[in-house]
Write a protein that binds this ligand. Structure first.
Ligand code: MG
Ligand code: ZN
Length: 364
């Protein structure tokens, strides 16, 4: 009897260890969760480790690369071109969303996931119409055309999105009420976190704030992580898997404002969300997680501090984006694809390849 118990325990341990990170790169991920820290360079990432007194969830990713972020028309990308590169696999001009420099619309990984029967979702700690999430859904030569970007959500079959930006759907120049249009398309609408948490259906439009969610986690609490949990719970119901993009939008804003404390808060908020996602991926075994940034913001440097008490003294060399390569961390099946130096557009190609989608179907 005891022998059998040890045998069962042995199998259990074997399976548990396997589920930490599947090593077999022959396995194709059923799900991809792409996590973008807007403006997250290596210093921003490492500030989370110091502030957490020597702990960072992102460290659980053993496959690490570096992404070159320059856009089609500038060494320094903005979040429109940076988002488009990652989402669609094209270097484009700054301020462009989902288009080539010649203004030709191009499809995103979210679109390809949709046509390959996967459930799809976007979660952002900004307006959902802001450049990074917009790059996965919209096509526009001007990233600030928020109302037009909001209308593009209705042209897709995205299953779930959660962020701010309600005004872009309801207080519009064309006087259309896109929330009504979303309801007509079968979406439930959530206007606050309680409604997100109570949601048990299939299609959710979470428009939690008129404009952006509050700047800093003191104002919006655990919104990013809780929204991500709901997104995973909802999209997991699809038998064919899912694609989800999660953006920690405001690391970038703290970089522009040169406020180190807020930057660190935003980084920890992102890393807490990363921890929850990696827990899911480790248990699930069929989920590839990619954590990266569209660019670095602020030329941030850690010039002093203390790991024991979590103190950080940060300095900024700039109030805008910089050219430096940004980290790419990957976890799960096909994580090996994301090692070494790469162009930001390669992140799209590698996700497309990892999913095993038909390469001949690209942009047709
Ligand atoms: Mg962004
Ligand atoms: Zn920025």
């Amino acid at each position: 009897m005891r022998k059998i118990n040890y045998f069962i325990l042995g199998i259990f341990l074997f399976v548990s260890c396997q589920s930490v990170e599947p090593k077999n790169n022959e396995i194709q991920p059923k799900n991809i969760i792409l996590m973008i820290g807007d403006g997250m360079g290596l210093s921003q990432l490492y500030s989370g480790y110091i502030a957490n007194k020597g702990f960072l969830n992102a460290e659980r990713c053993k496959h690490i690369g570096l992404s070159k972020t320059h856009s089609a028309n500038s060494l320094i990308t903005d979040s429109g071109a940076g988002g488009t590169a990652i989402a669609c696999g094209y270097k484009t001009n700054n301020k462009f969303i989902g288009m080539t420099p010649d203004s030709i619309p191009v499809n995103s990984i979210l679109y390809y996931a949709e046509i390959n029967q996967k459930a799809t979702g976007l979660v952002a700690a900004s307006a959902i119409t802001h450049a990074t999430p917009a790059s996965f859904i919209a096509h526009n030569p001007v990233r600030y055309n928020y109302e037009s970007i909001a209308a593009d959500f209705l042209k897709t079959d995205i299953d779930l999105f959660i962020g701010g930006g309600l005004d872009h759907f309801t207080k519009r120049e064309d006087e259309k009420n896109l929330v009504d249009s979303l309801k007509a398309k079968g979406y439930e609408i959530a206007l606050n976190m309680d409604q997100v948490n109570a949601f048990t259906g299939k299609k959710l439009a979470g428009l939690l704030y008129d404009k952006h969610p509050p700047y800093s986690t003191e104002g919006r609490g655990d919104m990013l992580r809780q929204s991500t949990i709901k997104a995973i719970e909802t999209l997991s119901k699809n038998e064919d898997g899912f694609f989800l993009m999660v953006e920690a939008s405001q690391i970038d804003w703290a970089g522009h404002d040169n406020v180190s404390d807020t930057l660190v808060q935003e980084m920890i908020d992102f890393d807490n969300t990363i921890g929850t996602v990696l827990d899911f991926a480790a248990n699930n075994g069929e989920t590839l997680v990619i954590i990266t940034a569209d660019h670095e913001t602020g030329g941030y440097a850690i010039i002093d501090g203390n790991i024991e008490n979590g103190e950080i003294e940060g300095r900024f060399s700039h109030d805008d984006h910089t050219a430096v390569v940004v980290p790419v961390l990957a976890f799960g099946p096909q994580a090996e694809l994301f090692m070494g130096f790469m162009e930001n557009i390669d992140i799209f190609t590698k996700m497309y390849k990892a999913f095993g989608f038909d390469t001949e179907a690209l942009n047709k």
